[in-house]
Write a protein that binds this ligand. Structure first.
Ligand code: HXC
Length: 515
């Protein structure tokens, strides 16, 4: 009996050792030569030291198709901690059949996804995969379907984070695209539904992997990636940072983190932030970094639609989701990409109990055929819908321009934000002075001997009458006109009293967001 036990123990040790080597030392060398870490090295770096517990290390495929069975089947799965909080993780092993996904591989991922959902913990996927394992045929497609199904059911219940750490094609991009955040590693990660070879065959176009689906393409053009990092190590470090802002599930609040930054801290510099000339720009980041605890801000999608800023910070220790127009880029105008970017961010925050703070300086929606034909009506409606639907505490500070529809969309009082402050420099009106005067006084201006001086006179009158926060404040649309220097303190106090907010939604299966 003792002999059998001993031989089982040594067999276990041998089987584990075999599985630990993945696709073998040559393949590991190739992986390292590409500047990539192995699946196991990545898992170790992501999680707190020594916290990783693995499942299914011995699981193999049925050996269907032409391939032999591989121990672990090309993916490492399990759980561990990040800053002491439980996380589930899967890490695809490119050294085993290119990290391709077959039946057993998918079953391992599905097991940790199910567990994450059941216990309410984030799930992090480290993706490095050639997509559906060709040799497994329809079983591989079925296997992807099971993951997609779980991605959708976990959405809004536990945070799902994807790191793209190699070439990801086919099904390997659709699962990440349904998760909350995508990290891409510069120069070693690609995402495309069909790779350069297929592009060449089908549409006879030569394009390399980097130009087709490299990190910068997805960060700047498609908006698929949320974060781009220079290498694997920084990628895993940034995932840890992101998780520090998030609750583990939709029933919890984000962890409180005291940064020893006094709530009463005033910043007199903010009184001078807005330039005297309304057409002059300034950098909204000055305000953002001034008000947040410890000047710490994790910007989401910093390179996409830079005319709007989205990201996480803390106020009085509490995580907030920040949405701010950026007057330094396209004057902070709302266009299709900015609307889509902010809408998705707002929905994430609302799903995970993260209060929203909105800093407004928006001249309006971007005019022109390009935007209209590209569907700005549809995309702008996404942001409007997302703000209206959000039941987390919603606070707005109008710092300068808030014109027309864009004023309404940017979390205004009229779409039921909880508290709307304005700076004395706020300009709240239907149109800017020039546009408004040209419409209202068109005939008078046209008939004048000196049209330009009449226009200027009308603009000045309009500016005095409408271009300020006081008309809106008199109506009660603005809850208070505040001194810029007090913004941090007022926001923290407001978040404190909004903590107990309860919002009732009408019963329905689900709304129909203009996707
Ligand atoms: C089986 C695969 C594979 C796959 C790669 N390999 N992808 N094996 N099924 N999908 C194997 C290779 O044969 C090779 O094996 C090893 O992995 C490493 O691949 P290389 O090509 O040598 O690496 P590299 O040059 O870095 O190129 C990586 C790659 C390329 C860009 C991912 O391999 C590739 O284009 N693969 C196919 C991508 C694809 O079309 N996948 C199916 C998508 S359809 P050896 O033994 O030589 O080392 C799909 C359906 C789901 O996913 C759709 C749901 C919506």
């Amino acid at each position: 009996m003792a002999e059998i036990m001993f031989s089982n123990i040594s067999e276990l040790a041998q089987l584990r050792n075999e599985a630990l080597t993945g696709g073998g030392s040559d393949k590991i060398g190739e992986q390292h030569a590409k500047g990539k870490l192995t699946a196991r090295e990545r898992t170790e770096l992501l999680l707190d030291e020594g916290s990783f517990e693995e499942f299914d290390i011995l699981k193999t495929g049925r050996g269907n198709g032409t391939e032999a069975a591989y121990p672990g089947d090309g993916v490492i799965t399990g759980h561990g901690t990040i800053d002491g909080r439980e996380i589930f993780v899967f890490s695809q092993d490119f050294t085993v059949v290119g990290g391709s996904l077959g039946e057993a591989h998918s079953q391992k991922i599905c097991k940790v996804m199910d567990l994450a959902l059941r216990v309410g913990c984030p799930i992090v996927g480290l993706n490095d995969s050639g997509g559906a394992r060709i040799q497994e045929g329809v079983d591989a497609l079925a296997a992807y379907g099971e993951i997609f199904h779980r991605n959708v059911h976990a959405s809004g219940v536990v945070p799902q984070i994807s790191c793209i750490m190699g070439p990801c094609a086919g099904g390997a991009v659709y699962s990440p695209s349904m998760t909350d955040f995508i990290f891409m590693v510069e120069r070693s990660s690609y995402m495309f539904v069909t790779g350069p070879n297929v592009v060449r065959t089908v549409i006879h176009k030569d394009i390399n992997a980097e130009e087709l689906g490299g990190a910068s393409v997805h960060a700047e053009k498609s908006g698929v990636a949320h974060f781009v990092v220079p290498n694997d190590i920084l990628c895993l470090r940034e995932v840890r940072r992101l998780i520090s802002y998030l609750p583990s599930n939709n029933r919890q609040k984000a962890p409180f983190l005291e940064l020893r930054d006094p709530a009463e801290r005033k910043d007199p510099v903010l009184d001078y932030l807005i330039p005297p000339n309304p057409n002059q720009t300034y950098d909204m980041n000055i305000l953002i970094y001034s008000i947040l605890d410890g000047a710490e801000f994790l910007e989401v999608q910093p390179d996409f639609a830079r005319n709007i800023i989205t990201g996480f910070g803390r106020l009085g220790g509490q995580t907030i989701g920040l949405v701010a127009n950026q007057p330094a880029v396209l004057a902070g105008v709302l266009d299709s990409n900015a609307s889509f970017k902010a809408a998705r961010f707002v929905r994430f925050c609302d799903a995970f109990n993260i209060p929203l703070v909105c800093l407004v300086d928006v001249p309006g929606f971007m005019p022109g055929p390009e935007q209209e034909h590209g569907g700005i009506i549809r995309h702008g409606a996404k942001l409007l819908y997302a703000f209206v639907e959000a039941t987390v505490p919603r606070i707005t500070v109008i710092v300068r321009k808030a014109y027309g529809g864009a004023y309404l969309v940017m979390n205004s009082k009229h779409i039921h934000c909880d508290i709307n402050y304005a700076w004395p420099t706020a300009e709240i009106a239907v149109l800017g002075p020039r546009g408004a005067s040209e419409v209202v006084y068109r005939k008078e201006i046209k008939a004048a001997a000196d049209p330009e001086s009449v226009l200027n006179e009308k603009m000045e009158q309009y500016r005095k009458k409408f271009v300020n926060p006081f008309v809106a404040a008199r109506r009660g649309y603005i809850d208070d006109v505040i001194f810029p220097r007090d913004t941090r303190h007022r926001l923290i106090r407001t978040l404190q009293f909004l903590e107990g907010k309860k919002a009732v939604r009408p019963e329905r299966r689900h709304g129909n967001i203009p996707l």
